[in-house]
Design a protein around this ligand. Sequence first.
Ligand SMILES: Nc1ccn([C@@H]2O[C@H](COP(=O)(O)O)[C@@H](O)[C@H]2O)c(=O)n1
Ligand SMILES: C[C@@]1(CO)OP(=O)(O)OP(=O)(O)OC[C@H]1O
Length: 158
Amino acid sequence: MRIGHGYDVHRLVEGRPLIVGGVEIPYEKGLLGHSDADVLLHAIADALLGSVGLGDIGLHFPDTDARFKDADSSLLLEHVVQLLRERKYRVGNIDATIVAQRPKMRPYIQQMRDNVAKICGVEADQVNIKATTEEGLGFTGRGEAIAAHAVCLVEGMN
Ligand SMILES: Nc1ccn([C@@H]2O[C@H](COP(=O)(O)O)[C@@H](O)[C@H]2O)c(=O)n1
Ligand SMILES: C[C@@]1(CO)OP(=O)(O)OP(=O)(O)OC[C@H]1O
């Protein structure tokens, strides 16, 4: 069994869709990035890569590579899960926190869990997703960005 940790931040800007955990959330701003900037899936991908000592998503999907321009982060996470499988590891559980002053994530959390579970090939109860504000403090509190933290356990398949 191994443990991994991931953290990501993307800036909120006008004129971009807001996609978090594979769910498009109606909001006046969206996350800026080379890909679809799905901050939650990026943090989860980094946690999984970290758990097996495979670096981070920037290493596997460089933001200088046109193939990843506006990429669907679900596909990036799918690729990461495949890398784990090739090394004979499967996801045990994932716990993640979205840090956002606004919008309210709660209505979309179950859909995010279902999406992540499906991509990782596990049950929804192996994926927990939470949201918190930072009480108006800092860059998330000012609504300038959304951050996400994730931890995971992966299990060896013998
Ligand atoms: N963007 C967010 C932030 C929070 N929530 C939910 O509200 C609860 C209270 O948040 P606090 O930051 O005041 O602790 C939190 O536990 C979440 O359930 C949310 O849905 N979306
Ligand atoms: C996913 C990638 C690749 O499109 O781009 P971004 O969407 O900018 O995301 P980030 O979390 O900054 O780092 C990984 C990148 O290489």
